[in-house]
Ligand binder design. Structure first.
Ligand code: NAD
Length: 408
């Protein structure tokens, strides 16, 4: 597995040369403001004590409070969290929201814990970090394996320890604890808005009105984006999860498929669809390929075999830098993660904003504001890439670095 952090730093070096940023500015951005590692003692249900390793990386707050999710995963380590914190800084700057970059995590397999143990662990993370957190300091959110319920335990612990009651210290909360309407589908919907803002520029001979779309991953992001594209007349031909994929060249009924997966726990055997592997899925010809599962799935090995007209990264870091070069040379445009999946953090920012103002916006209002921000950032990323005769990823990075530099 490639090191996400090294990939992120290589990308920083690449764009630093393209735009000639000062060495000192780039060197400062290579290091987090704070790299916090904590031990969290948790009494397990059998009365024994277990110590867990936790993290919070606060990368940069030039544009606003540190912002980024908390990941619970057995393979989570400091390098992964550092890379994701750095990318959050870039992503927030691409959208132009007043937030900086951070990320947190705990090395844990949450499925191995009871609900009570998980709650004590989550409260323990807040107890160790409470002095660093706060609506104007550092505002965490859910990420892989962390849920609105976990956020509500964390907010509760934070409020008990500090007396601060706005709820703006965490986002991704349940609706009845100050969460925002529209947060669930925000990343998928944001991807849809970004795709439509950029589609006139994605293929020389244009993309068809109803695109043939393939989605890897059928979790929060993948199932939502598949449903949204399908509801807008696109043909979602294939989707997959960790067990494999399914394919029907005339399109899958995504609403029915979501119900089917809920009922059976699997995509396999869905009526009218053929089972395929994840390898076959990525190599199937289509107008738009959307990797929405995890990092480093498109590499220098499989990039030459892809037959998509365009790719939109909804997962974080699904394309390695080597594969990115291959796709660029092959003329396959890539809408980068730092733009394409920024709908989630944008609605998180809306949640923070609503909490601080004591407001609650309708889903319609949230989606309208989301579209305005993503249309604008897509346009600016495209213009920046064109100005520098480079790809959209470099354009997005440079736009972000210019915004950070202005406030540094
Ligand atoms: P999730 O856990 O809900 O879903 C992940 C999906 O990927 C699941 O369907 C899983 O079965 C599938 N998967 C796992 N291994 C796979 C494999 N080998 N091949 C194919 N599919 C596989 O996670 P999510 O929230 O949907 O996040 C997906 C990606 O999007 C991650 O990279 C995440 O960091 C990124 N992301 C998520 C959000 C958000 O709002 N949830 C925002 C920005 C970025």
């Amino acid at each position: 597995m490639q090191n996400l952090f090294e990939n992120a730093m290589a990308q920083l070096d690449k764009v630093a040369k393209l735009k000639n940023f000062e060495k000192e500015f780039i060197e400062a951005l290579r290091h987090p403001d704070r790299d916090i590692r904590i031990s969290i003692p948790v009494t397990l249900d059998d009365g024994s004590l277990k110590i867990f390793e936790g993290y919070r990386i606060e990368w940069n707050n030039a544009l606003g409070p540190y912002k980024g999710g908390i990941r619970y995963h057995p393979l989570t380590d400091i390098n992964e969290i550092k890379a994701l914190a750095f990318l959050m800084m870039i992503k927030c700057a691409v959208t132009g929201i007043p937030m900086g970059g951070g990320k947190g995590g705990i090395t844990v397999k949450p499925k191995n814990l009871s609900k009570g143990e998980l709650e004590r662990l989550s409260r323990g993370w807040v107890q160790k970090l409470v002095d660093n957190l706060g609506p104007y300091k550092d505002v965490p959110a859910p990420d892989v394996n962390t849920t609105p319920e976990i956020m509500s335990w964390m907010v509760d612990e934070y409020e008990k320890l500090t007396g601060e009651k706005s709820g703006a210290c965490f986002t991704g909360k349940p609706l009845d604890r100050g969460g925002s309407e529209g947060r669930g589908p925000a990343t998928g919907l944001g991807g849809y808005y970004v795709f439509h803002a950029l589609r006139p520029h994605l293929a020389e001979d244009g993309l068809p009105q109803n695109c043939k779309v393939i989605v890897q991953g059928f979790g929060n992001v993948g199932s939502n984006v598949a449903e949204i594209f399908s509801a807008h007349g696109h043909i979602v031909m294939a989707v997959s999860d960790s067990k494999g994929g399914i394919y029907n060249e005339n399109g899958l009924d995504i609403k029915k498929l979501i119900e089917y997966k809920k009922a059976t726990g699997s995509l396999s055997g869905f009526e009218g669809a053929k089972d395929i592997t994840n390898v076959e899925l990525l190599e199937t010809p289509c107008d738009l390929l959307i990797p929405a599962a995890f990092e480093n799935v498109i590499t220098e090995q499989n990039a030459p075999k892809l037959r998509a007209k365009a790719i939109m990264e909804l997962a974080n870091g699904p394309i390695t830098p080597e594969a990115d070069e291959i796709l660029f040379k092959a003329g396959i445009p890539v809408i980068p993660d730092i733009l394409a999946n920024s709908g989630g953090v944008t609605v998180s920012y809306f949640e923070w904003d609503q909490n601080l103002k004591g407001e609650h916006w309708s889903e319609e209002e949230v989606n309208k504001k989301l579209k305005v921000i993503l249309d604008d950032s897509s346009k600016k990323v495209y213009e920046k890439a064109r100005e520098l005769n480079t790809n959209l990823r470099n354009g997005a990075f440079i736009l972000a670095l210019e915004r950070i530099k202005e406030k540094t």
